[in-house]
Ligand binder design. Structure first.
Ligand code: ADP
Ligand code: NA
Length: 330
């Protein structure tokens, strides 16, 4: 394949994806499989850096995979797999651990944020070296580009540093990837608190739209979204974050442009926009839920898809690991 290679991962801990996950990440994955040789994984090894219930972890991993397929990932068009099914991730992860300075790892700001919330006693060493496993995830596939959000930029810099270090110290082995900061990615905010991101951890139940919830309940949340005291439907993230959020979602789900929407709703109230958006959402989410439940109800097909994905991924990962071992003297 001469399409550039991309790699991206999503955590299985989330249970149902929310609208932010879909519009901010998954939708781009679906688009990228058309233009790129795309490798996508459910990162269960990353999930165990914090305590997990074994049954829930396994169920959430399959749930994430089912939702990715339901959202439009095509196993004939991309490589979809579960991280732990490809042992080379942990193996190259160790090599990368031994190439990283302790001070260098200590400078990762995301770890500082996460561990300061947990306290040192419940923080694992795995959480500390998480970015280094991420480096291995990327380098194993010789990825040219990694679609990441702004918050992951530092981890991608580490990836570039370690790839260059290994290539210089031993022998050219790894492709040095470019960050592919996805610009047109929609940032979805909380429906009740439009100044914060819609998120599993920070949103109240009324502020977050989980894709697998009863569509009627989600429609109700959309209809009672917080807007503002004004009545004009205009895109303005600073002054009108609630309305702008609804326009962003509408636009992303239907492909209608923001300006077109502003014109269509000129002179109409927020109620009309909310009612229409709720309807569009239900139209979109109903088949998504059906497809997800089809995959979950047919574990053999889902397992076969993931097994085939792991096989395709391993073919690439094993070759890279063998070269790395050879060059480092293992
Ligand atoms: P959460 O913040 O709910 O825990 P994750 O951190 O697991 O979600 O994010 C999974 C993916 O979804 C990431 O690529 C992240 O950038 C994207 N994402 C999460 N929340 C949003 C949001 N509100 N708007 C846009 N993208 C989001
Ligand atoms: Na998050």
């Amino acid at each position: 394949v001469d399409r550039p290679r991309v790699l991206s991962g999503i955590q299985p801990t989330a249970g149902s994806f929310h609208l932010g996950n879909y519009l901010g990440a998954v939708r781009q994955w679906v688009a990228l499989q058309q233009t790129h040789d795309a490798f996508y994984m459910v990162v269960d090894l990353h999930a165990i850096t914090v305590p997990q219930d074994p049954k829930e972890l396994r169920a959430n991993t399959r749930l994430a995979a089912a939702q990715l397929l339901a959202a439009g990932l095509d196993p004939d068009r991309c490589t979809l797999f579960v991280q732990s099914h490809v042992p080379e991730h942990a193996q190259l992860g160790w090599v990368m651990n031994c190439l990283t300075g302790f001070g260098e790892a200590s400078r990762m700001t995301q770890f500082k944020d996460k561990s300061s919330k947990q306290g040192t006693d419940s923080t694992t060493v795995g959480l500390f070296t998480y970015p280094i496993l991420q480096v291995a995830d990327i380098l194993l596939y010789q990825a040219n580009a990694v679609p990441v959000g702004e918050d992951q930029r530092q981890h991608l810099e580490l990836t570039r540093d370690l790839a260059n270090r290994f290539n210089t110290r031993y022998a050219p082995t790894f492709t040095v990837p470019d960050p592919y900061i996805v610009k047109e990615t929609a940032k979805i905010v909380d429906l009740q608190e439009p100044t914060i991101k819609m998120s599993k951890s920070a949103s109240s139940p009324k502020g977050i739209v989980n894709l697998l919830d009863e569509p009627k309940a989600s429609a109700k949340k959309i209809k009672s979204a917080v807007t503002d005291a004004d009545t004009v439907i205009r895109f303005d993230e600073k002054e009108k974050p609630g309305v702008s959020n609804l326009l962003t979602i509408y636009c992303a789900l239907t492909g209608t442009g923001i300006t077109e929407l502003e014109q269509a709703y000129e002179g109409k109230g927020y109620g009309a926009l909310k009612t229409d958006l709720a309807e569009r959402f239900v139209e979109w989410v109903t088949p998504f839920r059906e497809r997800t439940h089809e995959y979950l109800g047919d574990p053999e097909t889902l397992d076969a898809v993931l097994a085939k994905g792991a096989q395709k991924a391993r073919a690439v990962a094993a070759e890279t690991l063998a070269a790395a071992y050879e060059n480092i003297g293992l």
